[in-house]
Design a protein around this ligand. Structure first.
Ligand SMILES: [Zn+2]
Length: 346
């Protein structure tokens, strides 16, 4: 394994992501465009390594040595036409007529039969490994692709998720990431339906502006964010494999929010891996690295994947992660529980 030799200034610049303050280039969604070098180095959590080597100590409940933060962005609760067509074609090819009917005829039976209302199924899977997770729901109406869903339609699903002890957080709208008023409104809508406060956040499309987004989220009353990660690769965006309090270089102050950095997003992982084996190997390396530094690795698996016949490999990889991390003795839980543990100990 290579070791990057960095001096204190470089460690600090990486931790604060100084270069993101005045980006030369943004992508089509106005996200920071990482260099090839950034993406290559993202597999090494240099800042966390530095902190641990300099005496930082991290503990987890029941003496677990590291944690896995499991999360799901709920982009859709009804399959969009493109998914339905792909799923139907896949089922027909496999001669699986029962699944074909389930995928294509749910609308006739009512929205409650939508295959993407699959939260119980996901929770059951996680529960079988003594794990929990976070589900981030959209309440924004505007979206660049299509109207997503009306949160009022699934109140009883939210109730079930919350009653079982899994977390419900906000998946901030595409157009809201730089708009404090919109973010506050979306948070209030979700809280009204749920009947309790929410503390966790991730933005749709991982839209994020360093450091402004943290300030906006802290003002809106969120306790933690988990947007800060990579879209075009996997790994550690600021060299951290631990949750951290972000620092604003403009004000010279810490921001009152915890970042639980995102490390592996399903779509990013599979779009940059040539095979299932390569995707698994990259994920396992990130897990091993995180475990060796008593860190927290955050995974994002979209909920639709679990009811999508053409994404079976992605579910297989998720199950492999649960199995591997469970054997390795990880604490596998939601962003909310990571936050509460961190806030208590810090
Ligand atoms: Zn999303």
């Amino acid at each position: 394994m290579h070791e990057l030799l960095m001096n204190n200034q470089e460690i600090w610049d990486l931790f604060t992501r100084k270069e993101e303050y005045s980006p030369e280039k943004l992508d089509e969604h106005h996200r920071f465009l990482f260099s090839e070098k950034d993406l290559r180095n993202a597999s090494e959590p240099e800042v966390s390594r530095y902190l641990i080597e300099n005496g930082m100590q991290v503990e987890f409940p029941e003496n677990k040595s590291f944690a896995v933060c499991l999360t799901h962005d709920v982009d859709d609760i009804y399959p969009p036409l493109s998914h339905s067509l792909l799923s139907s074609a896949y089922c027909l090819k496999q001669l699986n007529f029962q699944e074909f009917l389930a995928q294509s005829l749910w609308k006739l039976r009512g929205i409650d039969y939508s295959p993407y209302l699959n939260f119980s199924k996901i929770m059951d899977l996680e529960a079988s490994f003594e794990a929990k997770s976070s589900f981030y729901f959209i309440t924004a109406e505007a979206d660049p692709v299509r109207f997503r869903y009306n949160i009022d339609d699934i109140q009883h699903h939210l109730g079930e998720v919350s009653d079982r002890g899994w977390e419900i957080g906000l998946h901030g709208g595409y157009y809201s990431y730089d708009n404090p008023e919109k973010i506050k409104k979306e948070k209030e809508s979700l809280e009204a339906i749920l009947g309790k406060k929410i503390i966790g956040f991730r933005n749709h499309y991982l839209r994020f502006k360093t450091p402004d987004s943290w300030e906006i989220l802290a003002d809106a009353g969120f306790s933690y964010d988990s947007t800060f990660g990579h879209r075009y690769s996997v790994g550690f965006r600021n060299g951290m494999c631990h949750p951290f309090i972000p620092y604003n270089l403009n004000t010279g102050k810490e921001i009152d929010i915890l970042e639980v950095p995102l490390v592996v997003m399903d779509t990013a992982l599979f779009s940059t891996s040539k095979s299932f084996d390569e995707a698994w190997e990259r994920t396992r390396n990130l897990i091993d690295t995180t475990a060796s530094l008593n860190g927290v690795i955050t995974l994002l698996w979209h909920n639709f994947v679990f009811s999508c016949d053409f994404r079976k490999d992605w579910v297989r990889l998720y199950e492999k992660v649960l199995q591997y991390c469970s054997r390795k003795g990880a604490w596998m839980t939601s962003g909310e529980e990571i936050y509460r543990w961190w806030a208590d100990g810090a």
